[in-house]
Design a protein around this ligand. Structure first.
Ligand SMILES: Cc1cc2nc3c(=O)[nH]c(=O)nc-3n(C[C@H](O)[C@H](O)[C@H](O)COP(=O)(O)O)c2cc1C
Ligand SMILES: [Fe+2]
Ligand SMILES: [Fe+2]
Length: 401
């Protein structure tokens, strides 16, 4: 059965919810699923914007067939060549062999790398940055957005209706469940926002500078609607998601808040962390969040790192190194270009503690990282309580100043 919805008189949502996929990109857990969005414009010409993952091709093809209403497909416009959107291209081409593909040069190169479509040369329309193309009533302007999230990514802007087709930008994890518009969902509430942040931080987070460039480019145009490739369409309160993307891509903490991330083999570090959190709480710090890095999957931790301004790390020394889960978190933070955060460190070791030094070795390679107070050493469960309280004072003073 098809499942489509009209967006405007001549634009139809033909995307698909995926509730089965356990891991997006085979790495990020999906609690609320994910959507692969696709849009069909029914102008003088018919234009399909992007496809879907191969795993949902059956549903997607049914949607496209229904939405076309007996017309043929004239154009496939590709904004992003990643297989979560292009996995079903061969199927689309098989059904509509006369369609032309509109894409940029880099996209065509990738298309050839992934598939061997027997697409005749005259059905390849290569577009340049800033170029315009008319489908009848609607004229589209192509705006390249390299590295948001792959090098070939481009947005397109429908100059007729002021709609921005934004590829992966402004995407969100989570299924739409029939509510294809953000204003039909509780987009300001925690579940939604946590998933939006987790999507941004882990998928696009590394490319803050490029995201800033794309935001700047699109700010030149009035935008009445944003149609991303994942999650809901934005037609009201658009500045809500634009402002979030602006903060995240400048690595500005979303909240002045304390986030505590620790590992503990036998529970002693955890006990010190609990004590430390009580000290922070009694100094007036609110909404403290604590995570055991062994328990919480790293993409959630990364999202929290993008949210909070002050991060306390509690780390045991492990075979003269860092605990693997802690090391992997720090490496991920560095790879994703996390910047502009304040850190306090509590290390543990039973015979030769060195996790503080090792953590700093990774953190020092990151931009605008500063430390609050001196790193504190715990030996098994022995700690200088005064030093711990001084560190709590320093964190509280910095946060509440
Ligand atoms: C497999 C293993 C390796 C460890 N390696 C070191 C080490 O190289 N140096 C050190 O000082 N402590 C080492 N420790 C001790 C941990 O740092 C220890 O678990 C900690 O001091 C107690 O805190 P916890 O209860 O939070 O784990 C090791 C512990 C384990 C279980
Ligand atoms: Fe992507
Ligand atoms: Fe995507």
């Amino acid at each position: 059965m098809y499942s489509c919805r009209k967006i405007t008189d001549d634009l139809v949502y033909v995307g698909v919810d995926d509730r089965r996929l356990p891991l997006f990109e085979n790495i990020f857990p999906l609690d609320r699923g994910v959507t692969y969005n696709s849009y069909l414009l029914l102008d003088d010409k018919t234009v399909l914007m992007d496809c879907c993952d191969q795993t949902v091709a059956h549903q997607f093809l049914e949607n496209v067939n229904f939405a076309l209403g007996g017309r043929t497909l004239d154009y496939l416009l590709i904004h992003h060549m990643e297989p979560d959107h292009c996995g079903s291209i061969e199927e689309i081409f098989r059904r509509y062999p006369k369609m032309s593909i509109i894409a940029n040069m880099k996209t065509f190169q990738m298309l050839d790398q992934f598939f061997s479509l027997a697409l005749p040369e005259e059905q390849k329309l290569v577009v340049k940055d800033g170029e315009e193309f008319s489908f009848g009533k609607h004229s589209f302007k192509f705006l390249f957005a390299p590295m948001v999230h792959w090098p070939e990514v481009m947005f397109s802007y429908d100059t007729t209706n002021s709609i921005l087709f934004s590829a992966d930008a402004f995407g969100v994890f989570g299924c739409n469940n029939g509510n294809i518009f953000a204003d039909e969902q509780n987009y300001k509430e925690k579940d939604f926002l946590d998933d939006a942040r987790r999507y941004y931080a882990n998928i696009v987070g590394k490319y803050g500078q490029q995201t800033q460039a794309a935001l700047k480019k699109t700010s030149a145009y009035p935008i009445k609607m944003i149609c991303p490739l994942h999650g809901p369409i934005w037609r009201e309160d658009i500045s809500f998601i634009i402002d979030k993307y602006d903060l995240w891509s400048r690595y500005v903490p979303e909240e002045q808040a304390v986030l505590i991330l620790y590992n503990s083999v036998y529970g002693h570090t955890e006990s010190i962390i609990n004590y430390f959190a009580m000290e922070l709480g009694s100094r007036g710090i609110r909404n403290i969040r604590i995570y055991d890095v062994s328990k919480t999957e790293v993409s959630y931790l990364i999202a929290e790192v993008f949210r909070a301004s002050h991060i306390v790390l509690g780390a045991t020394t492990y075979n003269n190194g860092l605990f693997p889960k802690m090391e992997s978190l720090l490496t991920d933070m560095k790879n994703l270009n996390v910047q502009n955060r304040k850190l306090a460190i509590i290390e543990n070791g039973t015979w030769a503690p060195q996790s503080a030094k090792l953590l700093k070795g990774i953190l020092d390679g990151m931009k605008d990282i500063s430390y609050i107070g001196e790193s504190l050493t715990v030996k098994s469960s022995t700690v200088n309580r005064e030093a711990l309280e001084n560190l709590a004072d320093a964190v509280a003073d910095d946060l509440l100043k």
